[in-house]
Design a protein around this ligand. Structure first.
Ligand code: ADP
Ligand code: 5GP
Length: 209
């Protein structure tokens, strides 16, 4: 049988795990409480070709969060030292805390042949898109503001004044136009889970763009 070379920069068949020649980046954006971590957690469970970019933050861990799992939790001087060292591909102040994407998270995943998933805010998404124009930006939208408020309160991890701040920010984030390539409305969770997997499956097969 004749063999052929996969053109450089074209995503190879997932049938050969070692043949992944082009990593894709998926920036998932949406108001806090809209279900981003739930959906990304599902995608990570069912698609082993994905790697999550773990951010660094000065926010305190909440609930069952563990350092080095959901985030790398650091103090403000440590974060500022990392900024000065140029360690971040992007960073932003969100709800009064620093959050940043280390360059190493992108490099480690790409070098391991994985597509990279990001859960970051709109400022971060805009900055990353500037550096990586081929990255896909996916908005996870709540079915309504009332549902979003219910989820934030139901999660039980934030004080009432923090929830208020998150709801106000949500309105402006949802009004951001021109940034998002796709939108998933997270109403019924099972539907949204299949939509994010279907979107990933389609986009990860796309040739470099
Ligand atoms: P984010 O990462 O966007 O801040 P989470 O994934 O933490 O949001 O979700 C916020 C809360 O809403 C969690 O308690 C989660 O279990 C719940 N949730 C997520 N998606 C749905 C859904 N489709 N229906 C009902 N509850 C949901
Ligand atoms: P939370 O405190 O709920 O974990 O996150 C608050 C917000 O910060 C979310 O919108 C989340 O997407 C965003 N965020 C998390 N990590 C980063 C990051 O590295 N960079 C930026 N710009 N935003 C981030």
């Amino acid at each position: 049988m004749a063999s052929y070379e996969i053109p450089k920069g074209i995503a190879a068949s997932k049938a050969d795990e070692n043949a992944h020649v082009c990593a894709h980046m998926f920036i998932v954006v949406g108001p806090s409480g809209t279900g981003k971590s739930t959906l990304l957690g599902h995608l990570m469970d069912v698609r082993k070709s994905c790697g999550m970019s773990r951010s660094t933050t000065t926010r305190a861990p909440r609930g069952t969060e563990v350092n080095g799992v959901e985030y790398d939790f650091v103090d403000i001087p440590t974060f500022e030292k990392k900024i000065a060292n140029g360690d971040f591909a992007e960073y932003a102040n969100v709800f009064g805390n620093y959050y940043g994407t280390p360059h190493s998270m992108i490099a480690d995943n790409v070098n391991a042949g994985r597509d990279v998933l990001f859960d970051i805010d709109v400022q971060g998404a805009r900055n990353l898109k500037k550096q990586y124009p081929g990255a896909w930006c996916i908005l996870i939208a709540p079915p309504s503001m009332a549902v979003l408020e219910k989820r934030l309160r139901g999660r039980g991890t934030d004080a009432p004044e923090v929830i208020e701040k998150r709801l106000n920010t949500a309105r402006s984030e949802l009004a951001e136009t021109g940034l998002f390539d796709f939108m998933i409305v997270n109403d019924d969770l099972e539907t949204a889970k299949s939509q994010i997997v279907a979107l990933y499956d389609m986009l990860s097969l796309r040739a470099a763009h």
